[in-house]
Design a protein around this ligand. Structure first.
Ligand SMILES: [Cu+2]
Length: 483
């Protein structure tokens, strides 16, 4: 048994070798960085109309092989949607697949019926119209399938894209803002492939228990691409669009960079760091100087991962290369790295009207062998016919999320941007900003302060759930209505 495992590990190391050979300052990879197509819709005043088509196709991800993929307005992944605070968006979504799906606007404050969660399924050949006013500040949001029990597989195959929200104040900050030139979307996903080139989704017990982690990293659908930088100051909008992997990101030369935004938009101040942690579904905006004209590589450093008992038991993490930047011929940027970015509205604790406790659990035992209900929140597995919580529109609440399991879970709440008010080890980096996902470690307790928007609907619920998609699909999800 041991020798077989050693053999498999040796095989993996050998396969990974070519990527690990770093010629100092040299170009590591050949593939060109792809910037997702930008879709700004058809604008009539403040009304913006988007036409989306959820489709299947074949994509050239591997050399000499085609991979069956899903995408939105293209064969793999979604086009980047972009609109501004104050706009009213009208998004017509056609489902050209032969299976039911949904599109959820992740991080958006919006009426429940427009949310695109499990209660807004789009049947094959059907269409769904989602209309809402954008009431929140500039942010890097995203959208993805939220089909009940199928989210993990559908997102893995490609049903995910970015949704960028702009506003007046972010335009006045002199940040890099030219899409694809110095304002670069970076969707990070890890995949496995079968011999025939198809994606290899869940294949083992660890995939089911820990969530599906792949051994190959794709950026905007391309394996380890090289971004030819045009400007000396880059703004990277990083999205962890992976099903389950949390990344510990840093550059190979340990260069410093500045965090300017979190899930919900700009931080109050830029934060200088040389690494950051990004859990599934989290976004972060960073500013990075490449004025030195070098070729830094963004990496995932597995030794930084807080190893949970589960990961020690079930599958080991490994170092991964994300992508490389070729800054050999950059032009000097006229953009700057502001210290002060915005001001967040202070919410006094005196207005908190309710507190709730969310306990995350994984029930180990004989059930897990037979595909039983092993993932739960407050002892309950997701039931679309059960409303778990009722929240008052416009109210302020504190939710305490407790992780009683042996691994970390990224906890996501629809329709809100919250602030983390306490966690073990303190709140740092992008967690200082507005969040819609928070990684809760094993045995940790995290408190978040939530101001719910004014939208109300007594019938249609929003979701809260673990954003490890295999956990969500197997029931680590609950429903709340806002009234
Ligand atoms: Cu989870």
């Amino acid at each position: 048994m041991i020798s077989r495992r050693r053999f498999i590990q040796a095989g993996l190391t050998l396969m990974a070798l070519p990527k690990q050979i770093v010629l100092a300052g040299g170009r590591l990879f050949k593939k060109r960085f792809q910037v997702p197509v930008l879709e700004t819709g058809k604008r009539i005043g403040k009304d913006v109309y988007f036409d989306l088509n959820i489709q299947s196709g074949q994509s050239a991800i591997l050399p000499n092989q085609l991979t069956p993929t899903l995408g939105i307005n293209q064969s793999f992944l979604g086009v980047t949607l972009r609109a501004s605070k104050g706009d009213r968006v009208h998004i017509k979504v056609k489902n050209s697949l032969d299976e039911t799906t949904t599109l959820h606007w992740h991080g958006m404050k919006l009426p429940a019926k427009a949310d695109g969660g499990p209660h807004q399924p789009i049947q094959p050949s059907g269409t769904w119209l989602s209309e809402f006013d954008i009431i929140q500040d500039a942010a890097t949001l995203w959208y993805h399938s939220h089909q009940i029990h199928q989210t993990g597989r559908q997102v893995y195959q490609g049903l995910a894209g970015l949704f960028i929200v702009d506003d007046e104040s972010v335009r006045n900050l002199n940040l890099p803002m030219e899409y694809g030139v110095d304002d670069i979307p970076v969707i990070i996903q890890d995949k496995d492939f079968k011999k025939n080139g198809a994606f290899a989704y869940i294949r083992s017990m660890p995939d089911r228990m820990m969530g599906k982690k792949g051994q190959t990293v794709l950026v905007n659908g391309v394996i380890n691409p090289v971004l030819k930088a045009k400007k000396s100051l880059l703004r990277l909008r990083l999205l962890n669009g992976s099903n389950a992997r949390t990344y510990h990101l840093s550059f190979d030369d340990h260069r410093a960079f500045y965090i300017i935004g979190s899930d919900g938009g700009l931080l109050e101040h830029s934060v200088k760091v040389n690494s950051l942690k990004l859990a599934p579904a989290e976004r972060v905006e960073i500013l990075l100087s490449v004025a030195d004209g070098k070729m830094p590589t963004l990496k995932h450093n597995s030794s930084q991962v807080q190893p949970s008992m589960m990961s020690r038991m079930m599958n080991r993490d490994k170092d991964l290369i994300i992508f490389q930047i070729d800054a050999l011929s950059v032009q000097k940027s006229s953009r700057s790295i502001p210290d002060r970015l915005t001001t967040h509205q202070l919410i006094p604790m005196s207005v908190v009207s309710n507190e709730r406790l969310m306990t995350l659990q994984m029930h180990m035992g004989p059930m897990m062998m037979f595909g039983g209900d092993i993932f739960s929140i407050n002892g309950k597995t997701m039931d679309m016919n059960r409303i778990d919580e009722v929240v008052k529109a416009g109210s302020v609440e504190i939710w305490t999320i407790e992780n009683h399991s042996m691994m970390a879970h990224p906890f996501h709440i629809h329709n809100v941007q919250f602030k983390i008010i306490s966690r073990s080890g303190g709140v740092q980096g992008h967690e200082l900003g507005y969040k819609d996902v928070v990684l809760v470690h094993s045995d940790e307790q995290v408190k978040v302060l939530i101001k719910f928007p004014e939208f109300s609907d007594a019938k249609i619920p929003y979701m809260y759930h673990c954003h490890i998609l295999e956990h969500e699909d197997r029931g680590m999800m609950g429903q709340f209505v806002v009234v």
